[in-house]
Design a protein around this ligand. Structure first.
Ligand SMILES: NC(=O)c1ccc[n+]([C@@H]2O[C@H](COP(=O)([O-])OP(=O)(O)OC[C@H]3O[C@@H](n4cnc5c(N)ncnc54)[C@H](OP(=O)(O)O)[C@@H]3O)[C@@H](O)[C@H]2O)c1
Length: 334
């Protein structure tokens, strides 16, 4: 068990600080006061925190929806990072389900605050870390696993599934779970990720720079789009009758267009075209973690950096060099 570190007034912790939007060089390691848990919060000593596409969006402040939730001019919460794994250091008076020393993992409400030695958060989104998972592996799962769990919930053996943005944080989990469900999977990403996509189970790959998957008519039962840039009028043509297009992330105008007209556009031909909303949920996290373990699928980890090298980790994800998850490890603390 990790030693319990109780927060003290006037004591500071190391944290990654982002006080404006921009490229990787806007993040720096700094000192912030130790958070003190409210009565209904746990104080988690973070041991690992993973990066997702949403962290890159929250760094850059684009697409526009990143500012709708984080602050129009600058991030309201200066500490990035949503997917954490760590050890409970202290609990508020009203918390009964967890105790100091418990090993937990999960996605933080508000998607911020995880890239620090300590974070205070309500426990309802956090789950007990399975013994078989390291902190790094556990931190890799929450957001990406949650997306994949919801996106592939109705996949049947033999379904043709296309994953647009297959080599990124969420895409690798969608590919893994769709294959586990027995689908024939096409992964779309940069040409230099094709070998990696085949390694994680994709049957076919498409280089988005040279081929437009939306030109294929009536080909897919499910399209999971993590980097949407096509109108609902275009994407529905690539679906088979009864097929479904799920927009997960991408351009803000496509998000608004898909939310506004996707439903009627899809219904014209008995298809479904819409935005996949993935709620943060402990039950989903536990269930996708169990599924990942059943599938014998290890969360693909691209690289692990120490917390102090957060800038390099952000630079790697922004440059498009990553294949799977990037994780920051947090030293045990003073
Ligand atoms: N709907 C919800 O409830 C919900 C919840 C959480 C998150 N999200 C959203 O989910 C989205 C996906 O996140 P993620 O973590 O998987 O992102 P990610 O790690 O950035 O992965 C995106 C992948 O797509 C590739 N790519 C870039 N441009 C492409 C293109 N034009 N065509 C095909 N592939 C392309 C990227 O390659 P490079 O890295 O080489 O550029 C990368 O491999 C984010 O927008 C996030 O906001 C949605």
């Amino acid at each position: 068990m990790w030693p319990v570190r109780v927060p003290q007034v006037g004591v500071t912790m190391q944290a990654v600080i982002q006080d404006r939007y921009g490229s990787a060089d806007v993040v720096r390691l700094g000192e912030l006061p130790d958070p003190v848990p409210a009565d209904d919060e746990v104080l988690l000593r973070v041991r690992a925190v993973s990066l997702n596409g949403s962290d890159r969006e929250n760094l850059e402040g684009r697409p526009a929806y990143a500012r709708w939730t984080n602050g129009l001019r600058h991030p309201r919460d200066p500490v990035p990072g949503s997917d954490v794994a760590g050890v409970v250091a202290a609990v508020g008076r009203g918390v009964t389900e967890y105790a100091p020393g418990d090993e937990l993992y999960g996605e933080l409400a508000g998607y911020r605050g995880g890239m620090a030695e300590l974070v205070a958060t309500r426990p309802k989104l956090l789950a007990r870390k399975p013994d078989g998972l390291s902190f790094v592996e556990a931190a890799a799962i929450p957001q990406a696993g949650g997306i994949a769990h919801r996106a592939t919930a109705h996949v049947r053996p033999g379904d043709a599934v296309l994953v647009n943005g297959a080599g990124g944080a969420g895409g690798v989990f969608v590919v893994g779970l769709a294959k586990h469900a027995g689908a024939e999977v096409t992964g779309v990403d940069r040409a230099d990720k094709a070998d990696f996509l085949r390694e994680i189970g994709a049957d076919h790959t498409i280089d988005f720079a040279t081929q437009d998957w939306a030109d294929e008519r009536g080909r897919y039962d499910l399209i999971v789009d993590l980097v949407a840039e096509r109108s609902p009028f275009r994407v529905h043509r690539a679906l088979r009758p009864g097929g479904r297009y799920a927009m997960v992330g991408g351009q803000a105008r496509i998000l608004l267009g898909t939310a506004a007209v996707g439903f009627p556009v899809g219904r014209v031909r008995g298809k479904r075209v819409g935005v996949l909303v993935v709620p943060q949920s402990r039950a989903d996290l536990e269930s996708v973690t169990a599924l990942i373990s059943q599938a014998g699928f290890s969360p693909p980890i691209d690289s692990v950096y120490p917390l102090r090298d957060a800038q390099a980790a952000f630079a790697r994800i922004a440059a498009g060099d990553s294949r799977g998850k990037i994780v920051l490890e947090v030293p045990e603390g003073r």
